[in-house]
Design a protein around this ligand. Structure first.
Ligand code: UDP
Ligand code: GLC
Ligand code: MN
Length: 337
């Protein structure tokens, strides 16, 4: 079926690494569909070469940015204005139907059955389930729809400053019109569900077909010890459950890093993999819009306890890292003992 494709987006080398892992995961699960990645000119030549090895089509597009700092600040994600670039996917009119997937998603089994669904099929957003999450959705490329979406952006903007606000505004009957357009949550299982509904995650998480590393901390912002297979700075997942983050790093370290090494040749590059024990005084980077792939940048000093207290008071606990459920539980257990 050459007229159907999975599509993703990367505007910098960090998200490009996510796209590489996503592409590999789709191939490993024998997708019969084409793979397309939209990239901005900022993605480096070695990264574009690796993407060309994995994807059928690498399309360079202009960055569209909402520039809507006020709404983005509400989400605490100033970096997401560029997600407007996602709208370019409607211009891929040499395909009749596509499935868009964020570069921070990972496929765990074949999901070609998604192409039986219609535009706009998507899974509920865990934060507001009457909105769909725009990390995985089925759409039909169309110049007409693309034009209408841009017009919508000009007239109404986005309530979250990113593409998800626009798309929910535009496809505004999603919540009520047609239940077949509600994808089961297992097609877009966000890592946030671990915190919001742990028992359900423990019960159903094993059925996941797509995991979405939604939120500020991405798999590539962590560090991986390829000897001990420890991950530093990531989401603490329940010990009883196979680790999605470890799946990501295993695929990245085994299949993507060798390709990146080949493309970089003698040029130094930082894969995020380390071999020796990680120092306790470093923690994981949080992704910035313009993030390069430098591991040196990735290692930030730990905040002092005063700084952490301030962050808590401002509602900015590091739920995915130091203030994760497992860490808090461990601390409480030591007090109780
Ligand atoms: N994206 C990108 N560059 C950026 C930010 C986002 O290419 O600087 C793309 C990428 O495909 C990413 C998607 O837009 O997966 C949505 O952003 P993100 O996944 O960070 O949002 P979240 O799912 O965490 O809300
Ligand atoms: C969301 C979605 C992401 C989207 C962002 C901005 O949380 O997961 O795909 O880009 O919001 O609208
Ligand atoms: Mn995402």
């Amino acid at each position: 079926m050459a007229d159907q494709a999975f599509v993703t987006l990367a505007t910098n080398d960090n998200y490009a690494r996510g796209a590489m892992v996503l592409g590999k995961s789709l191939r490993n699960h024998n997708t019969a569909k084409k793979l397309v990645v939209l990239v901005s000119p900022q993605v480096s030549t070695p990264c574009q070469s690796v993407l060309k090895n994995i994807f059928d089509e690498v399309k360079v597009v202009d960055v569209l940015d909402s520039g809507d700092t006020a709404h983005l600040a509400m989400m605490k994600r100033p970096d997401l204005g560029v997600t407007f670039t996602k709208l370019h996917c409607w211009t891929l009119t040499h395909y009749s139907k596509c499935v868009f997937m964020d570069a921070d998603t990972l496929v765990l089994s074949n999901i070609d059955e998604l192409f039986e669904r219609e535009e706009m099929s998507a899974a509920p957003d865990p934060g507001w389930p009457d909105c769909f999450n725009s990390g995985v959705f089925v759409f039909r490329p169309s110049v007409e729809t693309y034009g209408k979406l841009l017009q919508y952006c000009t007239e109404h903007g986005s309530f979250d400053g990113g593409d998800q606000g626009v798309l929910n505004g535009f496809f505004n009957d999603w919540a009520t019109a047609d239940i077949s357009k509600h994808l089961p949550f297992i097609y877009n299982l966000s890592s946030i569900a671990i915190y919001t509904y742990l028992p359900a995650f423990k019960q159903y998480g094993g059925n996941a077909k797509v995991v979405h590393f939604l939120g500020k901390t991405k798999p590539w912002s962590c560090t991986f010890n390829c000897k001990t297979r420890e991950i530093y700075g990531g989401v603490q997942e329940p010990a009883t459950h196979p680790s999605f983050l470890l799946n990501w790093w295993t695929l990245y370290a085994s299949s993507v890093v060798p390709m990146l090494q080949e493309q970089h040749g003698d040029q130094p590059f930082h894969s995020g993999c380390v071999e020796s024990k990680h120092s306790d005084s470093v923690t994981c980077e949080t992704v910035q819009g313009e993030g390069g792939s430098s591991h040196a940048q990735a290692l930030q000093p730990m905040p002092t306890s005063e700084e952490r207290k301030e962050q808590w008071e401002q509602g900015q606990a590091d739920y995915m890292g130091m203030d994760s459920f497992d860490n808090i539980k461990r601390k409480l257990d030591t007090f109780l003992k």
